[in-house]
Write a protein that binds this ligand. Structure first.
Ligand code: 3HC
Ligand code: NAI
Length: 707
């Protein structure tokens, strides 16, 4: 073995006649310009060196290659470009083998596809996830993958973005060989030597024949086109993927590559790519709250849950799924049994859908203990309270927790709106009290707001972030205020919608406009789903302290007074047939709206869908700016992730703050100023927006290095 090169991100070492090309570019071997250059040089060196009979490409560290360097997108392209590097690998006159461990994703898999042979070791995950970034595979993947594994498998990989394990990759023909051990270099070398001994020669993927059955290929493309039209509402890149794969069937390879490039650039330039890549980095950034750097997490090996209602049961499943034992406390045996039955129903549902095996359910339920006595919580490391949203009840619960829990136990509340400082104040240990605000259904929804009261200690917050990781949640740090980040913004969104409704738009038009914008449901569909009574109770609670300058729309109250709480009562803003989840517009609701307008002396105006979106988004952006200004959210990106993961904000728009930057903050300010002539109180521009516009800055400038 002779070492031959430079300390760089790509090194070359001759092992006998095999040139091992190692990519060592932490953290994930992304294909930045230096890596591309190193790979191109390695292939050239292999070509010109008579001592080299074959090339083996491997990755150092935990992965083969995670793909293109996402941080380079949106900047001027630097040569050599990835498609050219892939072409030169494929054109090498000596066999090139890719030995894959860890992630071979996107451009990383495209490098492997350009090689002549592929071996993967166990634990490898392969995929073409570009669609999740608003892109398509742009380095030959749309042309090589279908030729290698057929159009149906290739479309599945590219449209879902899913990762496949080595075994599945072998079964679909994506790799040629599974390594018997985890030693990727050893396995790769043995395979390469075996190929050389068999005089296997080069095998360009462009000449692979999985598309020989043209009819099957066309059928796969047509099916994908239909499915994409029906399911990927509003997304730009999926249809481009279908178009590119179709070209693999109809065009010669090089023309297909040229079309792929053109479509890739279209995707690259789309605002959706910018939004999705913002979400990619922001999602990783939110987990790095200051407390996670300042303090070490406490150990959490057992969890108590107080309250076994909708949230308590859902949180219990999330915790059980992470492998932790729980102790649930309820008011009486009947309520405890309801809580346990709720948990069992969730597992039965997963079982029926084939998502889990019976043993998983049994093991989870074996970790469940229930009690009606708080004393059962004496030894748990962390308690999550999810009882009624009532300050007196919460205070009584926290006094009990303070009495029974061991020193050092973390006491968390799932309150949606209440003042956690006040709750902490009834304990002798406010430094152990934190907010863990889950979303319903808590075992499914990814967002976890970690609410940080004034007196909590840093290691408690760090533990909350660690717990989020264990539960596979996306944590967002929030400060204490009415509604924290998410529900506070939801409130202004709903208020702006109510103003529009009273001023002339129908709830059905508002819902449609917001769905078109990209929300899975409109605001009134959400009210009907969650139950109108919840908001009604909150409005009544706040009535005595409501600011008199605030316009108040009573339409929702009129519906609630009739007992129309939404889906669960068969009527809300929509009418529901028994058991139906989709409602139909209700003329009686429209009549109620008309009479409320008349009562308020309003002559209805008409609004375009665009105006509806503009108003609702301006309301959210403006309040979001206040949330950042007050330090309730650490940065704009925390707001973005809260809304994307907890409230259905379209991910491809990056979140409200990213969307505001894309609109241009001066335009947002101009709109707010225009609207404030209608209602100076509600539409008062946030001082943060005014200040940023004066400085010529945007929200991204407040995100630090993450933007
Ligand atoms: N480019 C640049 N940075 C990347 C990156 C990439 N492709 N992939 C990951 N990173 C960064 C992350 O931002 C993170 O940075 P940080 O430490 O500063 O926060 C760091 O690498 C580690 O990433 P994770 O925290 O995600 O590490 P995990 O071990 O949990 O996951 C992974 C590793 C599975 C590789 C995951 O990072 C991942 O899925 N990456 C993206 C893969 C992808 O989408 N590839 C396609 C890119 S587009 C493309 O290739 C276009 C081509 O067709 C032309
Ligand atoms: P729920 O009414 O479904 O459940 C509350 C449960 O707490 C009931 O089972 C009740 O028996 C029990 N309980 C009441 N007092 C108790 C006590 N002293 N000791 C033990 N158990 C007691 O309510 P839900 O919806 O689960 O809400 C619980 C909390 O979660 C509230 O603070 C709510 O604001 C919050 N939350 C609710 C969300 C939702 O979508 N429902 C979302 C996020 C937070």
């Amino acid at each position: 073995m002779t070492a031959s090169t430079q300390a760089s991100v790509v090194s070359r070492t001759l092992h006998g006649s095999v040139l091992v090309v190692t990519i060592d570019h932490p953290p994930v071997n992304a294909l930045s310009v230096d890596v591309r250059r190193g790979l191109a040089e390695a292939i050239e060196a292999a070509q010109s060196d008579a001592a080299v009979a074959a090339v083996l490409i491997v990755g150092a560290g935990r992965n083969f290659i995670a793909g293109a360097d996402i941080r380079e997108f949106g900047k001027p392209p630097l040569s050599p470009l990835l498609p050219a590097v892939c072409n030169s690998i494929e054109a090498c006159t000596k066999p090139v083998v890719a030995a894959i461990h860890g992630a071979a994703l996107g451009g990383g898999l495209e490098i492997a596809l350009a090689a002549h042979y592929r071996i993967a070791v166990r634990g490898a995950k392969l995929g073409l996830p570009e669609v999740q970034l608003g892109l398509l595979p742009g380095a030959g993947g749309t042309q090589r993958a279908p030729r290698l594994i057929g159009a149906a498998h290739a479309l599945d990989l590219m449209l879902s973005g899913r990762h496949v394990r080595a075994e599945e990759a072998l079964a679909m023909g994506l790799v040629d060989r599974l390594g018997a051990t985890d030693d990727v270099l050893g396995e790769g070398l043995a395979y390469t030597r075996e190929l050389l001994a068999a005089k296997a020669g080069v095998r360009p993927t462009r000449a692979a024949t999985a598309l020989a059955d043209l009819q099957a290929g066309r059928a796969a493309v047509e099916a994908a086109r239909k499915e994409t039209a029906a399911r990927t509402r509003g997304l730009f890149s999926p249809m481009k993927i279908v178009q590119a794969v179709e070209a693999a069937l109809t065009l010669p390879f090089d023309e297909g590559l040229a079309l792929e490039r053109q479509l890739f650039v279209e995707c690259l330039e789309s605002p959706q790519r910018a939004g999705l890549i913002h979400a990619f980095f922001a999602e990783r950034e939110v987990a790095k709250a200051p407390e996670t750097k300042a303090a070490s997490a406490r150990a959490v090996a057992s969890v108590g849950i107080v309250g076994g209602g909708t949230m308590g049961a859902g949180i219990a499943v999330a915790v059980l799924d992470a492998g932790l034992p729980i102790t649930m406390i309820e008011r009486d045996e009947a309520a405890l049994e309801r809580g346990r039955a709720h948990i069992e129903r969730v597992y039965d549902g997963l079982l029926a859908k084939g998502r889990i095996q019976a043993e998983v359910k049994d093991a989870a339920l074996a970790r469940f203990t229930g009690s009606t006595s708080y004393d059962a919580l004496a030894n748990v490391d962390l308690v999550i309270e999810a009882v009624f949203e009532d300050m007196a009840v919460k205070k009584a619960v926290f006094s009990e927790l303070d009495r029974v829990c061991k020193p050092g136990a973390i006491l968390a509340t799932n309150t949606s709106y209440l003042d956690i400082d006040e709750i902490a104040g009834v304990t002798s240990r406010p430094f152990d009290v934190v907010g863990l605000h889950f979303f319903s259904p808590a075992n499914i929804m990814k967002l976890l707001e970690i609410v940080v009261p004034a007196r909590v200690s840093a290691d408690v917050v760090a533990t909350a972030f660690e717990l989020a990781k264990q539960l596979r949640k996306v944590p967002v740090r929030a400060g204490v205020c009415d509604g924290f980040i998410g529900n506070r913004l939801l409130a202004v969104y709903r208020t702006a919608a109510d103003y529009l409704m009273e001023d002339g738009a129908s709830p059905y038009q508002i819902d449609r406009a917001m769905r078109e914008f990209g929300y899975p449901m409109g605001p009134y569909q959400v009210v009907d789903l969650a139950g109108g009574d919840i908001g009604w109770a909150a409005r009544k609670r706040r009535a005595p302290t409501r600011d008199t300058r605030m316009r108040y729309v009573e339409i929702a109250d009129r519906l609630c007074e009739r007992g129309w709480f939404g889906q669960k009562t068969g009527r809300g803003f929509y009418r529901y047939e028994p058991g139906a989840r989709t409602g139909t517009p209700d003329p009686e609701v429209e009549a109620i709206i008309d009479s409320e307008r008349a009562r308020a002396g309003i002559s209805p105006r008409s609004f375009t869908d665009e105006e509806i979106v503009r108003r609702l988004m301006c309301a959210v952006i403006n309040e979001a700016a206040n949330v950042v200004r007050e330090g309730i959210a650490l940065r704009p990106l925390d707001v973005d992730i809260a809304l994307v993961y907890g409230y259905g904000f379209p991910r491809y728009r990056g979140g409200p703050m990213k969307y505001a930057d894309m609109l241009g903050l001066p335009n947002v300010l101009a709109e707010l100023t225009r609207l404030s002539q209608e209602d100076a109180f509600f539409w008062r521009p946030s001082p943060l927006i005014v200040e940023l516009v004066e400085r010529g800055a945007d929200f991204a400038s407040l995100n630090g290095a993450a933007s």
